[in-house]
Design a protein around this ligand. Structure first.
Ligand code: FEO
Length: 385
């Protein structure tokens, strides 16, 4: 598939993998993107995941139409993109590998192989292919430390490594799939993403070619704006995420009651997640999307229900901040879940805790229903501030 006259897409789709990086559910699959720039010299931009070698090599060979490859540009060493490097070097022995210094160290670690033809590039270095000239941009920690991006000034293409990538294939909502992907893999590294955005802000970009998901060629500013928001940990929407665990359905009932009350007040942007049964990383993504997070769980073994603990850890690992957080606890004796949940957030900055803490003693009663009403009122007041 041609992206421009000289740039071809030769990526593959993985519909077999259940968990990306061993943890993220990908019910709509994922693509491993790879590109070719055909010029006086030919550059191959990254390889694909090892299981898709044959399909990818077929695409590569038919696109080359008998020519050879001069350069393999390695933007990122994570195996979903790098695991066919040896295959390519064996197939095209005169090829020159182009990557960051740290990427070459990783190559030795992954493959225990000494590459002869290599060019180490760093921020600002360039490589001429003919008409096309690639300028390299260091993007450390977006997503690994060795990452580089490249910008082709001829067709105004940013080869962005994992950045601006998404889970899924033929996706309905770029925002949803890209957000889940972003906060899954680089949520912790907001500062590094901000640094990258500063570097690319003056580039004239017609296409963003990421290593996953669609090629972006319209409304480029929209994607940059979202990345700016995400890297600054700002919410996208004034909405509410309710995340709960429930052992016998009573905590669930409280969570649903709060959702219903918010809906009755006209608040439509409310997402609710059963952290055991739903995709917990969808819940993480929603928590970063909306301005308010309500957590509801049970007291369990003198602590809180383990899955809620994991959920808070996932948020904490990703520098969760700049949100309102409220708590609902359930306990048949000695309830302490609200206190414990708040303690688990104690290392995080810029969190505003709602004043109303709901306490359920086994099941909802008039007192706890009244507390949920008050919590709803406080959420509404926060929205009006
Ligand atoms: Fe798609 Fe960080 O690899």
């Amino acid at each position: 598939m041609n992206i421009t006259n000289d740039i071809l897409y030769i990526g593959v789709v993985d519909n077999k993998l259940d968990l990306f990086e061993g943890q993220y559910k990908i019910p709509n699959g994922i693509s491993y993107n790879s590109y070719l720039i055909i010029d006086d010299k030919i550059a191959l931009m990254d390889t694909v995941e090892i299981n898709y070698k044959d399909e990818w090599i077929d695409k590569l060979e038919s696109s080359l139409k008998g020519r050879s490859i001069d350069y393999l540009i390695i933007h990122h060493m994570e195996p979903d993109h790098s695991s066919n490097i040896i295959e390519i070097v064996n197939k095209y022995p005169n090829i020159t590998l182009v990557a960051s210094k740290q990427a070459f160290i990783m190559m030795n670690n992954f493959f225990d192989y000494e590459f002869n033809n290599k060019i180490i590039v760093k921020e600002g270095d360039s490589l001429s292919l003919g008409k096309h000239k690639l300028v390299f941009i260091s993007a450390s920690m977006v997503h690994w430390p060795e990452v580089i991006m490249s910008y082709d000034s001829y067709d105004k293409v940013l080869f962005s490594a994992d950045a601006f990538g998404t889970f899924g294939v033929n996706i309905n909502s770029w925002n949803d799939e890209a957000r889940r992907y972003y906060f899954g893999i680089v949520g912790k590294y907001g500062e590094q993403v901000k640094a990258l955005l500063m570097k690319i802000k003056d580039l004239n970009i017609n296409y963003i070619c990421s290593l996953h998901g669609p090629i972006l060629n319209k409304n480029i500013q929209n994607y940059l704006t979202l990345y700016n928001k995400w890297s600054n940990y700002e919410c996208e929407d004034d909405g509410v995420t309710i995340a709960y665990t429930s052992m016998y359905g009573n905590t669930r009932q409280a969570a649903l009651l709060l959702k219903e009350k918010l809906h009755q007040e006209g608040i439509k942007k409310v997402s609710i997640y059963d952290l055991i049964r739903d995709d917990i990383f969808e819940a993480v993504s929603s928590a970063f999307r909306y301005s308010t997070l309500i957590l509801a769980t049970t007291t369990y073994n003198g602590d809180i229900f383990p899955t809620m603990k994991h959920f808070i850890q996932y948020l904490s690992d990703r520098n969760y901040q700049k949100r309102n957080i409220g708590f609902i606890e359930n306990g048949s004796w000695a309830p302490i879940a609200n206190k414990r949940m708040k303690e688990l957030f104690s290392d995080l900055k810029n969190i505003h805790y709602l004043n109303i803490n709901v306490r359920i003693l086994s099941s909802l009663n008039d007192i706890s229903i009244k507390q949920i009403e008050m919590l709803k009122e406080e959420i509404l007041n926060e929205r009006r501030r």
